[in-house]
Design a protein around this ligand. Structure first.
Ligand SMILES: [Zn+2]
Length: 326
């Protein structure tokens, strides 16, 4: 399929930009033009993250034609808008566990979306999380379920609730990873944190004091949490909330896992953490790009205003001169 991330992480009905015709001179576009990619997903049989390879793909709507043309080999079915394509995957290691995806072709074959998936959703980092989430793992599961169905508002609300309830404990546990001057500064801020009620304010107090070990490759999970939580739910759409819900859950999971694994003396991040870091890195790059685009647009706007002002002034001057000549 076009992109492993799309199959591994996208929610149902979340649109993924993929222009089939963009890089292809081949028309019509057929199912063969769908690139086959391997996936890295959890296999319950192996109890590990494994590589999944594509076993076969087929286009439902065209199966009828295939049957009709049974006497001569049919050409590969053409892909059209609203077509449904099934992708079957198998764990490359045990060759026992299967995964199925149903993909729908979007308008003008410019987007695709998942309309079905089996098994439904993995919460494969649950084991680590459970330790610290304890009574909140149910909320986490519900948040994940909302995320999977693209109910961004619901997902955001569940994750925010978890953060609100555990942030105090989490911020306290970070002190174990610090020493010397760094720890002193952090503890001063922590005194203020204890007096503060809202999660966003608590995070704001310490977000710039995180130890380097919790800011790999310059990503600050507390800053990401803070930015996402500050936006709140009010007046925002499901789609808008979905992205921030994702940021909240990934930052939270990252922090919890990093604190736990550092305490255990494990230097290595787990596979799922690597994925989260990569996701955050891509998100930061995307945000930066959007920021740059905004700055360029703002500058262009200012330039236009200045230009318009000049034109107005010039024409006014011309009018005055003309008036005087009269
Ligand atoms: Zn397996």
């Amino acid at each position: 399929m076009p992109d492993a991330k799309f199959l591994e992480e996208y929610s149902l009905y979340q649109k993924f930009d993929f222009d089939f015709g963009k890089n292809s001179f081949l028309f019509p576009i057929t199912i063969v033009d769908l690139p086959d990619v391997n996936l890295n997903m959890y296999c319950p049989n192996c109890n590990e993250i494994r590589t999944f390879r594509l076993t076969h793909k087929y286009n439902h709507k065209k199966e009828k034609d295939v049957v009709i043309k049974i006497f001569k080999p049919p050409p590969p079915p053409t892909l059209e808008e609203n077509d449904l394509v099934n992708l079957n995957y198998i764990c490359a290691y045990c060759e026992k566990f299967h995964r199925f995806f149903a993909i729908k072709m979007g308008k003008g074959l410019k987007t695709i979306e998942k309309v079905g998936q089996f098994p439904a959703w993995d919460i494969n980092i649950e084991k680590t999380l459970k330790k610290i989430l304890k009574g909140y793992s149910e909320y986490y599961k519900k948040g994940k379920t909302c995320e999977f169905h693209s109910y961004g508002i619901g997902a955001f609300a569940y994750y925010r609730r978890i953060v609100e309830d555990i942030i105090g404990q989490l911020l306290e546990s970070i002190t174990d990873l610090m020493s010397g001057e760094e720890l002193e500064k952090y503890q001063v801020a922590l005194e203020e944190v204890r007096k503060t009620k809202t999660a966003t304010k608590k995070i704001a107090l310490v977000k710039d004091l995180l130890p380097l070990i919790l800011k790999p490759e310059q990503f600050n999970p507390l800053k990401t949490l803070h930015d996402a939580l500050s936006k709140g739910l009010h007046g925002r759409t499901d789609t808008e909330c979905l992205e921030d819900a994702e940021s909240i859950s990934t930052s939270l999971v990252f922090l919890v896992d990093a604190v736990l694994s550092q305490k255990k003396g494990q230097q290595k991040y787990t596979e799922s953490m690597k994925k989260i870091l990569e996701k955050q890195r891509k998100k930061v790059i995307k945000d930066e790009k959007q920021q740059d685009k905004k700055i360029v647009e703002e500058r262009a706007k200012v330039k236009k205003v200045i230009r318009d002002e000049k034109t107005k002034r010039n024409s006014l001057e011309e009018e005055t001169v003309a008036e005087r000549k009269k």
